[in-house]
Design a protein around this ligand. Structure first.
Ligand code: HEC
Ligand SMILES: [Cu+2]
Length: 364
């Protein structure tokens, strides 16, 4: 059982390779440009408050780290034993030292506690500056967004106007979830029969990724969403566009023999209507997400797939393969039926469509 210990030199040869591997691992955690799911790049007032507390705690911790480790390293060298030294003097307890090293951390904690508690109270205040109320409901495994001011409902993409505070009233349709858009606000759990609050105001238009942050079942990891922050005029165009989707006044009915019309028929025949609404105005909550505007949403299946025709077809033909255990059954569609349904779903779009479909790190 004689194990040969590798020489130090041989181990050292692997160090550069190990460094590269580590760097690659770290880089793999990076998100695409401009779409970071991170708390470190706050883009709204609420997130900035949290960021301030985080930075202050981190600064204090850094100072403590260097002081403590510095003292330790200094002591290691300064009082290093030499061969033949006598046994050092044995001591036990030192009241003065113990008081000092208890009081200093207590003082540091006060410096962390004061801004933390101030921030807790500040973020718990209800916004009073004419906020836009959005009712958020978590479902296994998608998010629903209601705009009582406009009597509208949508899912997946939460549109907000920049420059106006949004006041979220949050609950769940089933189990506990947690609503989290790291760049905009803190994490908030949603509970049955409870109305949890969260607010934020962003001044920067853009797409902000969000994620359910509380384990809620098989597809918890694929319960993402997106905040679409738009200039007020663009936001108004979106909401009026959404209200028109599927409405009788909407560009007239499709020609009866068109692919879209076939898809519309299949939508009723294949039972899709049992779980999905295709109008957004005053629509009740169904088993599945409201599909008004699905044609122009950036992502489908709760942020899991970019909204392309292929992905839509893949999803409606075999949702169970895309998201195992999802609450949408496989409905045995053939290729033709899927093509017609995709054409119909694509027609349920809010015009003007967003310039580009977001490409995110979400796998496919
Ligand atoms: C038993 C209820 C049920 C039926 C029937 C059903 N769906 Fe769904 N559907 C769901 C649920 C639940 C989701 C949300 C899945 C998720 O992301 O977790 C969903 C998601 C979707 C999505 C993605 C929506 C989004 O916001 O990304 C589309 C598109 C869709 N369904 C189309 C259809 C079509 C077309 C049919 C009919 C062929 C159909 N569904 C039948 C329950 C159903
Ligand atoms: Cu969840």
């Amino acid at each position: 059982m004689a194990l040969r210990t590798p020489s130090l030199r041989r181990v050292a040869r692997w160090v550069p390779a190990l460094c590269v591997a580590l760097a690659m691992l770290v880089l793999a955690g990076c998100s695409p440009d401009g779409y970071p799911q991170t708390t470190l790049a706050p883009k709204a007032d609420f997130a900035e408050l949290l960021d301030k507390v985080f930075r202050r705690s981190f600064q204090l911790a850094t100072i403590v780290f260097f002081l403590v480790e510095g003292a330790l390293v200094w002591a290691l060298f300064r009082f290093r034993g030499k061969p033949g030294d006598a046994e050092p003097e044995q001591t036990h307890g030192n009241a003065m030292l113990e008081v000092v090293w208890t009081v200093i951390p207590a003082v540091i904690l006060v410096f962390i506690a004061i801004p933390t508690i101030q921030t807790i109270f500040k973020t718990a205040e209800a916004p009073t500056d004419n906020p836009l109320v959005i009712e958020v409901t978590g479902h296994q495994w998608w998010w629903e967004f209601r705009y009582p001011e406009y009597n509208l409902v949508t899912a997946g993409d939460m549109h907000v106007p920049v420059g106006r505070t949004v006041d979220l009233r949050m609950t769940t349709g089933d189990v506990v979830h947690s609503f989290w858009t790291p760049q905009l606000a803190g994490k908030r759990d949603v509970f049955p029969k409870r109305d949890n609050r969260l607010w934020f105001r962003t001044e920067t238009a853009g797409l902000y990724p969000g994620q359910c942050a509380e384990f809620c079942g098989t597809q918890h990891a694929r319960m993402a969403f997106q905040v679409v922050a738009q200039e007020p005029a663009e936001f108004d165009a979106w909401r009026t566009g959404l209200a028109a989707v599927g409405a009788p006044a909407d560009s007239g009915a499709p020609a009866p023999d068109s692919l879209v019309a076939q898809g519309q028929q299949l939508f009723a025949m294949k039972g899709c209507v049992g779980c999905h609404m295709v109008t957004a105005v005053g629509a009740p909550t169904m088993v599945g997400p409201n599909l008004a505007g699905i044609g122009s949403r950036t992502m489908i299946a709760s942020g899991w797939l970019p909204n392309t025709d292929e992905n839509l077809a893949r999803w409606i033909m075999n949702p169970q393969a895309v998201k195992v255990g999802v609450l949408m059954p496989n409905l045995g569609l053939n290729d033709e039926e899927a093509t017609a349904l995709v054409a119909y779903l694509r027609s349920l779009r809010v015009a003007p469509a967003p310039a580009a479909v977001a490409t995110t790190a979400a796998g496919n």
